[in-house]
Design a protein around this ligand. Structure first.
Ligand code: SAM
Length: 279
């Protein structure tokens, strides 16, 4: 597999090389991804719940808290899917009317609307249908690997954030050590797709899980994602790594940051489970 070389400032940054076994040419990728999620949508929450042993919702909430989401903020959740991040954002923002979601898959969006009652807009992260300076907080859970270009998308994210607004991107990062990587590969590439097929009887859900691992394995390294955030103009860019697997990319648009109500939150301590990574 070809590894992407470092790009010059501002040039396109695809999240992974072409996976031609799935969609042939890069131009066909957005349509392949949209159809895959459309067809797997009714099974998505079952798959996610089983794969993450029911831990996914709580983890999403904790990540949003770490990134500074608090009551009253206006939130855009890009790649809302069935609403697993948005649900936690509503709890923290305190009101469903404060949270808007966007997704290119009508199937995923209709699941989100059914479960949550938040506003859902059909669209892609690369081209957001909102004015400049519209949101206090922008989240995107597990969709970075599906973007066509990180540079364009991150600039869009910065554009729609208000000055001082926060970005939180959640993504799975493959373990750096060989044993960890081989174990996760066996679990996600071999076991999870088979269990998914047995549990959901949905062949598209099985395909989604194979594609899930293949995109994680082929994804550009975290350092390149952090650099793309720098290049898009985000300040205080950093990554927190949870149980060596879940990366939380955070950054801010320049400007005065909103002050949370109540006493200030204690800064996160590094520990075995949650580590703020050096750059
Ligand atoms: C793995 S799901 C994640 C859903 C949700 N954020 C979560 O945490 O469960 C990935 C979502 O990204 C969406 N997606 C794919 N390409 C996208 C794009 N270019 N812009 C925004 N969302 C996209 C898919 O339709 C899908 O709903």
């Amino acid at each position: 597999m070809e590894v992407p070389t470092p790009e010059r400032r501002g040039e396109p940054v695809p999240p992974h090389p072409t996976l031609s076994g799935y969609y042939g040419r890069d131009e066909d990728r957005p349509e392949f991804v949209r159809r895959l999620f459309d067809r797997a949508a009714p099974s998505y929450d079952t798959i996610e719940g089983n794969m993450a042993f029911g831990w996914g919702r709580r983890y999403r909430r904790e990540a949003l808290v770490r990134a500074g989401l608090f009551t009253g903020m206006r939130v855009l959740d890009v790649a809302i899917g069935t609403g697993l991040v948005a649900r936690e954002a509503v709890r923290l923002a305190g009101d469903a009317s404060k949270v808007i979601g966007l997704d290119p898959s009508a199937g995923m969006l209709s699941e989100a609307r059914r479960h949550l009652g938040v506003n859902g807009v059909l669209g892609i992260g690369e081209q957001l249908p909102w004015r400049n300076d519209s949101f206090d907080f922008l989240s995107m859970g597990y969709a970075l690997r599906h973007l066509s270009d990180l540079t364009i998308t991150l600039r869009e994210f910065r554009r729609v954030l208000k000055p001082g607004g926060a970005l939180c991107v959640l993504e799975v990062t493959r373990p750096q050590n060989r044993i960890g990587n081989a174990t996760l590969r066996f679990y996600l590439r071999r076991l999870v797709p088979v269990f998914t097929r047995l549990r959901t009887r949905n062949p598209e859900a099985e395909l989604l899980m194979r594609y899930f691992w293949d995109t994680i394995e082929a994804c550009i390294p975290p350092e390149r994602i952090l650099t793309a955030m720098d290049e898009a103009g985000f300040a205080d860019v950093r990554r927190t790594l949870v149980i060596g697997l879940f990366s939380e990319y955070m950054g801010y648009k320049e400007g005065p940051r909103p002050t949370p109500p109540g006493p200030p939150r204690k800064p996160d301590r590094n520990n075995f489970f949650v580590r703020r990574m050096d750059r």
